[in-house]
Every structure is written in structure tokens, then in C-alpha cells.
Design a protein around this ligand. Structure first.
Ligand code: GLY
Length: 444
């Protein structure tokens, strides 16, 4: 079976590994840089920008695959799924219209309002800087609520700014909103949202337009440095637990988060004819329960590496279930194991990363310690591994306990060298206990 994979990062490496567990899969990958791990698993690769639909079409016609899987969000926004399906290729990923759940933040909030889905928050949409925008922020300031400023469209993870993180206070939030209108960032339209207080977590579902099958809950770590300090990154690492929940979630939180996503899938069916692919809910667990920060129309990166490492069901069967709309007949099962993923990133990441520097990875030693290795933002050039400026290499430990999974992942980082750093605290019990304490305090 020929499969076309779009994307060449850590997430797509996890997808490639999962697909290649099926012996009859022949993989063909289109990616911007040569990811050596994915290249090794592929029969053929095409080095091109994932958003270059002409190149995608050319490669797809050359390969003539039985199925395609799209990794990142940017090509979804361009309509890559619509293109591939017009060529007769069943594709795991939402249509351009359905991907608006990620690519148009106003569409997402509006969907919650229209279909009365719980788990939303106070927000307002603005297409120009106005007195109304200022007074909405002032209203929240008076109530002691900080805000989040979001460009409505995609910005490659660089657009959303949060008071208390990238913004000093609500006054600075006004200035940033003005800047978005002036520069046209993310389409030049703005959502002002109340800032949620609590603990973040991720829930994914496989969706076939009608049904959703949930995967284990995962927690990512967006801050660059240990102790949740520093800039917000794409995610420095993540963990999941053997019971598939997270230590700070109670049964009701789990149920509510799942209901929110089920309601979203139903609403998308009515609104755009259905959502197909991987749906990623980024939640904040607040004292009132789970609330949606945003949706992504794809797997999380690094979260995909946790989930797919313990997927017992053949991922190819899941993909077939998604495109054939019979996910309900696929038993989606996961091993009851803990997983810890740690990203090794270039020095200076995310604000001023070193680029073009070599990174040294001892694959054999990493295998010996029992970790899974995923290359991400690297390019293989003349036999050397060159960092391209984003998260470079990830290692995943899988074990019966979080402590053991963390130990394996941490041990593996010793065999990755260069001008790099990683967070040693991800997966450590001390940090997990901090999350539990935060929720205990908030809930009183
Ligand atoms: N883990 C963050 C993301 O995938 O967007």
C-alpha cells in the first residue's frame, strides 16, 4: 500500500514510524528539509515546501498513492486535502473549510456560541482598532482579568500573546492589537479573549466526520526553560500516564473534555459537512472545569510522539477508518504505559536560535538505552545533520511508570550533542506534583 506523507518534522516522524509498523506500507514523503529518519523509512522523498500545492500535485501524480496523511497545519489551510481528494486520493486530514477550526479562531469561537458548546470563554472579535476594543479590555481589567490577543489566522505559532507571558499588562495588549491591524499579521483581524487560569492539557481524537475515538491525555511544556520559565516555544516535551488520564484531572474533567470535543465534531458536521482527520483540543483546566484554549486540525508536536508510541491498534487501520468513515468499527487501543518525550533544541531557541550548526546524534547508544528517536528541524547535508533553527531532535521513553520513562528519555539526551539544550524537568515527579498543587489551590 502506497502512502503519501506531507511534512517532515518530529510529528511526521512519529506518523511515519507508526505507519511503517504495517509491513505492506510503502511511504513517499514530501518535506521541506531532508529529515534523515523519515527519509530512511521512505521509498522516495520530494524536497519541497509543504504549502507548495503545485509540487504536492506533481509528487502525488508521480507516486499515485492509495492514501495520504497530512502532518502540519499550513498545507491544510491552503486546501491540500481538497486538492488530493480531487485527484482521487483518500486523505487523512480535514478539508480547507473544516480546518478553519484551527486556521480561523473566530470561526472556532463562533461555532461554540452558535451550537451552545460548553467550555468557551469571554471573547470579542475585531476587524479594526476601535473604542469598543479598548472598552472591552478595560471592562476585563476592572474585573481583574488579564487578556490574550490572538490574530485570527495562522501565524506559525508566533502570533498569540498573553498578558503575564509575552505582554506586560492589558495596556500593552491594546498596543499589540493595534500592531496586528497595522501589520496585517494572521489576516489582520483580532480576537481578544479572557486569559484562563489553571493547568493546560491536550486531548486528541481521531475523527471520521461522524465518530471520534479519543487517545490518551497528554501534557506538553511550552516554556523554554526548567521550572516553566522563559519564552513560549512550540513545546519542549510532554508526558502521558499509564491510565491514559493525567494526575491533576478528575473523572468529571475527563468526561467534560471529551463531551466538548464530541459536541464540536457534531457542530462541524452541521456547519461544514464534517471534520475528518486528527482533532487536537488544547484545554485549560480551570476551577470551573476544562475550557478550550484552541483547536488544532492536526496532531500536536510533541504530543504525537507520546500517543503513537503506545498505539496498539495498527495506525494504518485507524487511517483507513478515518477516510472510509467507519472508525466506529476500529478498536482503537493503547498500551497502558507511561511515555515521556524530551525535545533537544538549538541554543537560543525560540527567540534567537543558532542555525546551520551541526548536531551529533548517536543512534546506536539511544537505541541501547531503549528510547525512541525522532528527528525534527534538521537537514541532512553531505552526511552531516544540520539544525535549521527550531526543535531539532526528540527522544521518547516508554515504560510502566513515569519515573522510568523519564529516566530513559533523559539518558538518551546524553547522546545528542552540539550547541543544544533541553528541559531536564519534563516528566519529573516534582514538576507533576506542582500541577496537582496548582489545581488543588484553585479548586479550594
Ligand atoms: N504542542 C503544541 C502544538 O502542537 O501546537
Amino acid at each position: 500500500m502506497k502512502i503519501l506523507l506531507i511534512g517532515g518534522g518530529g510529528r511526521e516522524s512519529a506518523i511515519a514510524h507508526a505507519l511503517k509498523k504495517s509491513e505492506d506500507v510503502k511511504l513517499y514523503t514530501l518535506m521541506k528539509n531532508k529529515n534523515p529518519g523519515i527519509a530512511k523509512l521512505s521509498e522516495d522523498i520530494c524536497l519541497a515546501n509543504e504549502t507548495d500545492l503545485e509540487k504536492v500535485e506533481e509528487f502525488a501524480k508521480k507516486v499515485n498513492p492509495d492514501l495520504a496523511v497530512v502532518g502540519p497545519e499550513a498545507p491544510l489551510e491552503k486546501g491540500v486535502v481538497d486538492l488530493l481528494e480531487s485527484l482521487g486520493i483518500p486523505t487523512v486530514g480535514p478539508s480547507k473549510e473544516a480546518a478553519k477550526i484551527e486556521t480561523d479562531k473566530f470561526f472556532m469561537r463562533n461555532l461554540f456560541e452558535k451550537y451552545n458548546i460548553k467550555g468557551s470563554l469571554r471573547y470579542k472579535f475585531f476587524d479594526e482598532y476601535s473604542e469598543e476594543l479598548e472598552s472591552f479590555i478595560d471592562e476585563l481589567t476592572e474585573k481583574g482579568i488579564d487578556v490574550v490577543v490572538k490574530p485570527v489566522g495562522l501565524t506559525g505559532g508566533k502570533g498569540v500573546k498573553v498578558v503575564g507571558e509575552q505582554l506586560k499588562d492589558n495596556e500593552e495588549a491594546k498596543k499589540y492589537a493595534k500592531e496586528i491591524f497595522e501589520t496585517g499579521l494572521g489576516g489582520g483581524k483580532v480576537l481578544i479573549e479572557e486569559k484562563l487560569v489553571g493547568v493546560e492539557f491536550t486531548l486528541h481524537g481521531f475523527v471520521d466526520k461522524e465518530h471520534i475515538k479519543f487517545t490518551p491525555f497528554v501534557q506538553d511544556h511550552p516554556h523554554a526553560y526548567e521550572g516553566d520559565k522563559g519564552e513560549i516555544t512550540g513545546g519542549m516535551g510532554s508526558y502521558s500516564c499509564p491510565n491514559h488520564s493525567l494526575p491533576f484531572l478528575n473523572e468529571n474533567d475527563v468526561k467534560e473534555a471529551m463531551e466538548i470535543m464530541e459536541e464540536t465534531v457534531k457542530a462541524l458536521k452541521k456547519e461544514v459537512g464534517g471534520y475528518k482527520g486528527i482533532l487536537y483540543g488544547q484545554f485549560m483546566l480551570t476551577k470551573e472545569g476544562p475550557k478550550i484554549i484552541e483547536y488544532n486540525a492536526r496532531f500536536g508536536d510533541p504530543e504525537a510522539m507520546n500517543i503513537l508510541a503506545i498505539l496498539k491498534t495498527n495506525f494504518l487501520d485507524v487511517c483507513k477508518g478515518i477516510v472510509n468513515k467507519n472508525l466506529n468499527n476500529v478498536d482503537v487501543e493503547f498500551e497502558h504505559k507511561a511515555t515521556v518525550c524530551k525535545y533537544v533544541v538549538p541554543r537560543g531557541y525560540p527567540t534567537n536560535p543558532v542555525r546551520g550548526r551541526e548536531i551529533y546524534v548517536d543512534e546506536e547508544k539511544i537505541k541501547e538505552v531503549g528510547a525512541i528517536l525522532h528527528y525534527a528541524a534538521v537537514n541532512e547535508e553531505n552526511g552531516k545533520l544540520i539544525m535549521t533553527g527550531s526543535r531539532a531532535v526528540a527522544v521518547v521513553g516508554v515504560a510502566d511508570s513515569i519515573e522510568e520513562a523519564e529516566r530513559i528519555a533523559e539518558e538518551a539526551t546524553k547522546f545528542i550533542n552540539g550547541e543544544v539544550y533541553h528541559r531536564r524537568d519534563i516528566g519529573k515527579l516534582e514538576l507533576i506534583k506542582k500541577r496537582i498543587e496548582t489545581m488543588k489551590k484553585l479548586r479550594g
